[in-house]
Design a protein around this ligand. Structure first.
Ligand code: NAD
Length: 355
């Protein structure tokens, strides 16, 4: 598979990635290597990865407990301390081997340690392959506020090897799939249509589908790395999706939602808003709603859940000057950014979601 060139870093696929990584190690005089993993990727992915590594350098493994709840500054402090104790210096290399939690947090830790050291992402979940590891956003949550602290800074390379997906649960696969559906909805109608009949897709197709998703995300980010305009397209489904994710994370009576599960609801709600603003037609809306609902379980919203979710919208980083801006779809495969949406319409969208 062809390497994809992002802004200042390459994205390699499968075997080519390990060759490129070993060459990179030869060509750069690193002092040592730190591999950041979480408790699951330490068990499932590290044993697959280590045999590929050709180096005489000291390799230290830094592990933290898996889960979004640990994507916070306390975990960063722990890792900064370990890096210091184990001789991390400005010529150390960090390899982030894991899902979006590891790549987001590991990228942030590396970008700030000694004012920034080199790092490489090796995403091991579907979501991190098609989304989190591409685009240069790194960061951690602040309490229940998602990704409130972070930087935009790119890795030296991203290495995508779909073999890591063999041990990933179906639920996590579904979570990543939500971002792929989004790529189709905002950018490529034909790609979206590939997902209308999921039964027709088998595991072998994922290499090619992941590649197309990475291409789409990269094409968008390349045009607008710092999210001044077109990159906002990637927020489709995320304005409400993030608020729902945060609300379910902080509320003890709710089961925590996976990122993709929250985004799936967000995409239905924001498609409804697109319909009401005459940006898509009823047929398109029903196709989106029924396709997404056929993949993801319905989420139950009680009457008193909606107000706090709307309040969380205000904290969305993407808001400017106190207004909530949405990226809506204009026909399947096109996006319209910077759309102001009245609260009334959001409430209607939740009402329609239930039906
Ligand atoms: P995750 O990193 O928590 O991974 C999900 C679970 O799968 C974890 O328990 C992990 O240990 C486990 N796991 C990872 N790889 C595995 C494998 N190969 N086999 C078995 N288990 C494995 O979650 P995620 O869904 O990958 O990422 C979600 C995070 O990504 C969120 O924090 C979200 O904010 C972030 N994100 C960032 C961006 C960005 O642009 N930076 C974009 C989208 C999402």
């Amino acid at each position: 598979m062809q390497t994809i060139q992002a802004n200042n870093y390459p994205i390699y696929f499968n075997a080519k990635g390990y060759e490129a990584l070993n060459l990179h190690l030869k060509e750069n005089k690193y002092s040592n290597i730190f591999i950041i993993v979480d408790s699951s990727t330490n068990e499932f992915c590290l044993p697959k990865f280590l045999p590929y590594l050709e180096t005489e350098l000291t390799i230290e493994i830094i592990e933290f407990e898996a889960g979004e709840a640990n994507k916070n500054i306390d975990t960063c402090v722990e890792i900064w301390k370990v890096l210091t104790e184990l001789g991390g210096d400005r010529k150390s290399l960090v390899i982030n081997l894991g899902g979006g939690v590891v790549t987001d947090l590991g990228g942030f830790v590396s970008s700030t340690f000694k004012r920034g050291i080199d790092f490489i992402h090796i995403p091991t979940t579907l979501l991190s392959m098609v989304d989190a590891s591409v685009g240069g956003k790194n960061g951690v949550d602040l309490g229940n506020l998602k990704n409130q602290i972070g930087v935009i800074n790119v890795p030296k390379m991203v290495l995508i090897d779909t073999n890591y997906l063999e041990t990933l649960s179906q639920t996590e696969m579904r979570s990543g799939l939500a971002e792929m559906l989004k790529h189709g909805l905002i950018y490529d109608r034909a790609y979206w249509e590939r997902f209308l009949d999921l039964k027709a897709i088998d595991f072998a197709d994922f290499d090619e589908l992941i590649y197309r998703s990475v291409e789409i995300k990269n094409e968008i980010v390349k045009q607008d790395p710092t999210e001044k305009n077109i990159r906002k397209a990637l927020n489709f489904g995320h304005t409400l999706g993030h608020a729902i994710e945060s609300y379910f994370l902080e509320n003890e009576s709710k089961t925590t939602l996976l990122h993709g599960e929250a985004i799936a609801v967000g995409m239905i709600l924001e498609s409804y808003i697109s319909l009401q603003k005459n940006l898509i037609n009823t047929e398109e809306y029903l196709e989106i709603k029924s396709t997404i609902k056929s993949i993801y379980d319905d989420i139950t919203f009680e009457k008193n859940d909606i107000e706090p979710i709307l309040e969380l919208l205000i904290h969305d980083k993407k808001n400017e000057f106190g207004t909530i801006q949405f990226a809506l779809i204009e026909g399947i495969g096109n996006i319209k950014i910077n759309q102001l949406v009245e609260n009334e319409l959001i409430l209607d969208a939740f009402q329609d979601y239930k039906s």
